[in-house]
Design a protein around this ligand. Structure first.
Ligand code: TPP
Ligand code: SF4
Ligand code: MG
Length: 351
C-alpha cells in the first residue's frame, strides 16, 4: 500500500495538546513494513510520546542508519528534521548535528544490526561521550531488511527460521550502555505500549545520553519457535522491574502510593520519573546494582525490562566541550571571524 498517501485533512474535533497539535500532526507517511512488525508499534509509541510531551514537531531532529528499523522515521514526525544516514553511522552524524545546533531534540533510531554489528564502535563512542539524545534500538535479533541473517544481538542457541542454531555470544547493548556511562538506560518490548511510551518520554527529557533497547519482533524472519526475540518468547520471559509514570514539570501530581512502592527521580528539566516498584530490591540509580541484576536474571533466561538505570544529575557533551548555545548557522561574521587580535591571543596561549 506504499502508493497510498495519507489524507491531510483532520477531523476538526481531534484533541489538541498544549502547543495546538493533534496526534495526527506527529505521524509520518504510510508504513511499508510487514503487517505486524514490532517496529510499527515503536513508531506509534514515539508519536504518542511526542504528542503527550507537547513537543513542537519542528524542534525534533530524527536520525537513523539503514535497515527496516532505520526506515521508520519516515513513518512518524513528518514535520520534523530527518537524516537517513549510512549503515551504522547514525551516531556520528547525530553527534555532529547536535554540536552544531543544541536547540533541537535529537532522536536516534537504529536497529540491532545497525548498532551492534556494523555500528558497534559508533554506538559505543556516542554512549561514552554523553551525546545528548534519545537513542532507540529496535532490536529483533536479525537483519530484517536483508532477509533474516542473525545479527550481533541474537542469543547463543537461538534458532533461525531455517533451523540454523546461532553459536555466537550476543552483544548486549544495555549492558554496554551501562558500562560505557550512558546516564539513562532502559529496555522495553514493542508489544508493551504502556511501558514503552513513558520510557521514551523520560529519554527525550533526560538531557544526556539516553538509551532505550526495544525488543521488536520481526514477524517475517524471527518470530518462530526457537527464536528468543519472538512475541511469544518475550511475553513468557519478560521480567519488568518497575512501571514508570512520566510527569512533566507543569503537571499536577495526583496519584498516591504506599511508602516503599515508589522511587521518584527528578530530572534536570524538572520532569519527574515515578517508578512503581515491581521488585522491592531494585534501585534504578545504582549502576553496579543494575548490571548485577541484569546479568543474574539474564542467566535465568529472563528478559529484564523497565527503566534500568538513571542518573538524575547527568551532564552531556555540550557541558564537557562548552559548546555554543547559539546554533552555528545563526552566528554572525564578527563571532565567526573575531579578527587578528583574537587569533594572536589563541596562538600565544598555545606557545
Ligand atoms: C555498508 C553497508 N553494509 C551492508 C549493508 C546491507 N544492509 C542493509 S540493512 C542491513 C542490516 C539491518 O539490520 P538491522 O539494523 O537489525 O535492521 P532491521 O532491518 O532488522 O530492522 C544490512 C546488513 C548496507 N546497506 N550498507
Ligand atoms: S522484514 Fe522483519 S523487520 Fe523488516 S519490516 Fe518485515 S517484519 Fe519488520
Ligand atoms: Mg534487526
Amino acid at each position: 500500500m506504499t502508493y497510498i498517501a495519507k489524507p491531510r485533512l483532520h477531523h476538526p474535533s481531534l484533541t489538541r495538546n498544549k502547543v495546538g497539535y493533534t496526534r495526527r500532526d506527529y505521524e509520518g507517511r504510510v508504513s511499508t513494513l510487514c503487517a505486524g512488525c514490532g517496529h510499527d508499534s515503536i513508531s506509534a509509541a514515539i508519536v504518542e510520546a511526542c504528542w503527550e510531551l507537547d513537543i513542537e514537531p519542528h524542534r525534533v531532529a530524527k536520525l537513523s542508519g539503514i535497515g527496516c528499523s532505520s526506515k521508520t522515521p519516515d513513518y512518524f514526525l513528518g514535520a520534523s528534521h530527518g537524516f537517513n544516514t549510512v549503515h551504522g553511522r547514525m551516531p556520528s552524524v547525530l553527534t555532529g548535528a547536535s554540536l552544531a545546533n543544541r536547540d533541537l531534540l535529537y532522536l536516534g533510531v537504529s536497529g540491532d544490526g545497525d548498532s551492534a554489528s556494523i555500528g558497534l564502535g559508533q554506538f559505543a563512542n556516542a554512549m561514552r561521550r554523553g551525546v545528548c539524545m534519545a537513542y532507540i534500538v529496535e532490536n529483533n535479533g536479525v537483519y530484517g531488511l536483508t532477509k533474516g541473517q542473525f545479527s550481533a544481538t541474537a542469543d547463543r542457541g537461538s534458532k533461525s527460521k531455517k533451523g540454523v542454531v546461532n553459536s555466537d555470544s550476543p552483544v548486549d547493548l544495555v549492558a554496554l550502555a551501562l558500562q560505557l556511562g550512558a546516564t539513562y538506560v532502559a529496555r522495553s518490548f514493542s508489544g508493551d505500549k504502556a511501558q514503552l511510551v513513558p520510557l521514551i518520554k523520560g529519554a527525550m527529557s533526560h538531557g544526556g545520553a539516553a538509551f532505550v533497547d526495544v525488543i521488536s519482533p520481526c514477524v517475517t524472519f524471527n518470530n518462530h519457535a526457537g527464536s528468543t526475540k519472538s512475541y511469544d518468547y518475550i511475553r513468557q520471559h519478560n521480567d519488568a522491574v518497575s512501571r514508570i509514570d512520566f510527569i512533566t514539570p507543569r503537571s499536577e501530581i495526583t496519584t498516591e502510593y504506599a511508602p516503599g512502592e515508589l522511587v521518584e527521580v527528578r530530572q534536570h528539566d524538572g520532569s519527574l520519573l515515578r517508578l512503581r516498584k515491581l521488585h522491592s530490591d531494585y534501585n534504578p540509580t545504582d549502576r553496579n546494582a543494575a548490571m548485577n541484576y541484569m546479568q543474574t536474571h539474564q542467566a535465568r533466561g529472563e528478559v529484564v525490562t523497565g527503566l534500568l538505570y538513571v542518573d538524575p544529575l547527568a551532564t552531556d557533551l555540550h557541558n564537557a566541550l562548552n559548546t555554543s548555545e547559539t546554533p552555528l548557522n545563526l552566528l554572525e561574521a564578527p563571532q565567526l571571524c573575531p579578527g587578528a587580535g583574537a587569533l594572536e591571543q589563541i596562538n600565544a596561549s598555545l606557545r
